[in-house]
Ligand binder design. Sequence first.
Ligand code: 3HC
Ligand code: NAI
Length: 703
Amino acid sequence: MTTLIDYRLDGEVALIGLARPPVNALGQPLREALAEAFELAIADSQVHAVVIYGQGRAFSAGADISEFGSPAAFAAPDLASLLSRLAASPKPLIAAIAGTALGGGLETALACGYRISSAQATLGLPETRIGLLPGAGGTQRLPRLIGAVAALEIILSGEPVSAAEALALGLIDRLVPDGEDLLAAATELARNLVAESAPAQRAWRYSDPARGLPTAFFDDYVAARARRWKGQLAPVLALEAVKAACAGSLEEGLASEQLLFKQVESSAQSAALRHQFFAQREALKVCGVDKNTARRPVNRVAVIGAGTMGGGIAMNFANAGIPVTLLELKGEALDRGLAHIRKQYDSSVKRGKLTPLQLEVRMSLITGTLEYADIAQVDLVIEAVFESLSIKQNVFRTLDEVCKTGAILATNTSTLDVDLIAAVTRRPHDVIGLHFFSPANVMKLLEVVRGRETSPQVLATTLDLARQIGKTAVVSGVCFGFIGNRMLEPYAREAHRLVLEGATPAQVDGVLTELGLAMGVLSMYDLAGIDVGYLVRESRREAIAHDASYFKLADELYAQGRHGQKTGRGFYRYEGRDRVEDYEVVACAEVLASELGITRRVISNEEIHDRCLFMLINEGVQLLDEGIAERSGDIDLVWINGYGFPAWRGGPMHYAEQLGLGRVLAGIERYREQLGEYGRMWFRPVPLLQRLVAAGQTRIQRL
Ligand code: 3HC
Ligand code: NAI
């Protein structure tokens, strides 16, 4: 027997232990080993019942995700057939679940006649999160076990349920309390089943999973989620599979599930989401940092500046139970900041997301102060004052004076040079950039900016902390705007310039939202504030002076007091919550275009797509070449988690690979020709992109 299975006999019970660390992913070798062990147990006349369990931290995390997109995914024995074989076992099978039973792991448990679980276990079907659907009987057996409504919730949310919830739903038969031996309990259950001559398979509790539901149930279900699912294949097809479970026999349902599964498995969307899954894990593997790198304890945090970002940043720590001190210059600003935080929590209470008690506990973890002496003993300080190098440097001089040795000093700057900030301290190795995104308590992304002298300890500690506060951390080197905002520049530049050339803001944004972006870039500027963009430009007029065209319109909007949503007017007009096209902006673009000698014309959606996206991709490739981003997957994570790029397109780098690097390069070269002086100025394919195409590479990587 292979080392992937630990096969033992305990009297009349065969114990099959899945032993493929770290998470017992059911790749072909484990599937084959499990099939072999199962047949051995069935053939052995001494064996009257079989327990399947997982060694290590998981029962099983499901199919081996890395096999999808290759023939290995369905190589014999394929999971669906294997589980059908298990489900037809002549002897009782008991799944003993500890740790996680996810996807194909839970489907394995569903194929067993009986399920028993430790109290700490979690069970779920997260396949739709990676663009798949449960494809080894999950969409058929789960509705028959717990009913269509509960099954849909588990399948379409992708959220795992706790063992206690699973017991209440009837998903498991018994819960083994903490401290009791799961395997011993499962073996005892097996013996009892044998003693009682219990059937290997039981009748389904919900033989007609949709019984009692209104006829329009599935249609209404889809209609209620149409917006959320826009453009996405997996949830729609997963629902189809559950519908099939409600319409015919198990065999027919399993056949439908297989067809639907193969459709999603071969889709570009699933490839993109699987890419994201692995990118998230890769992003945590940072050069110079490993599990042996010492971490510093972070038990108390301080945030400097209680404005838009400071307040949100403080909430992250309070939400994770970490006390945080908020320091401001003036009492009024502090009061305003604290009141704003309370208001945010209040609205969570109103939406039922938080209890009034939780609100008070969180507020009690946030202390305001005007005195640096009060933060002398904290383990981490995050500065979030105005975006001005001199102001930030002054703050860091003070922090250097007052903070204890070993404290981590972080800046939330979005554009400034972290090394220049670190340089004013006597401890640049303790300085790091922690770039949160607005609203900081909501957005998942945290760009961790590694300065020239940032120590591995500081980096490792902040990466762990990011995970603790529920952020997706991506490490960036130091440059203007880091990964995200630096790429935003060329992307936004094209959007602005296209409006001068003849597109409307709504047309530009429409192309981007059609692609799946959460928001068009011009709407995003309206949301963030036209004034904010203006101030960033003010700080670097010299650097952008060689082209006076593209930012003219935004400068003009700023001058007219059209600062975006906050003033009710920007690239659009706002009527309540509605965004409305505004002819005044078009008129303004016409005047400016004529002043700049730009001939306005009809712009195609394709041109908008190509110019915005290709320039975004071009800059990303350059960031990789410069080493600002360690991997192209890191860039994708930044754009998915910080800029609303659709995860099911995999991020801009993965999207470029799907489009074809040659097409991107040719597009850039075409616009370089077509757009005259402007084209020659900006449409410059970066060397790495040229090298990749010349070498026939299809993946974006350093060369
Ligand atoms: N396939 C392949 N590799 C997997 C995997 C899987 N299903 N699940 C985890 N891994 C790998 C990770 O890539 C990582 O590898 P690395 O160390 O080389 O980076 C390692 O296992 C550990 O994973 P995590 O770092 O994520 O460990 P955590 O302890 O933080 O999380 C987990 C564990 C909750 C199990 C998490 O890994 C997870 O959510 N896994 C994916 C679960 C999933 O989506 N299952 C469905 C698979 S599709 C399926 O089953 C189809 C079926 O219906 C036919
Ligand atoms: P803000 O203007 O809302 O808040 C800044 C706060 O800092 C104000 O309350 C001000 O009183 C306080 N402050 C100024 N100088 C101070 C000092 N010396 N000591 C203590 N407090 C001081 O600004 P916002 O938007 O919160 O930005 C803060 C930082 O976060 C900037 O560096 C900005 O670039 C960055 N950032 C902003 C994002 C955004 O979307 N607003 C996104 C990501 C980063």
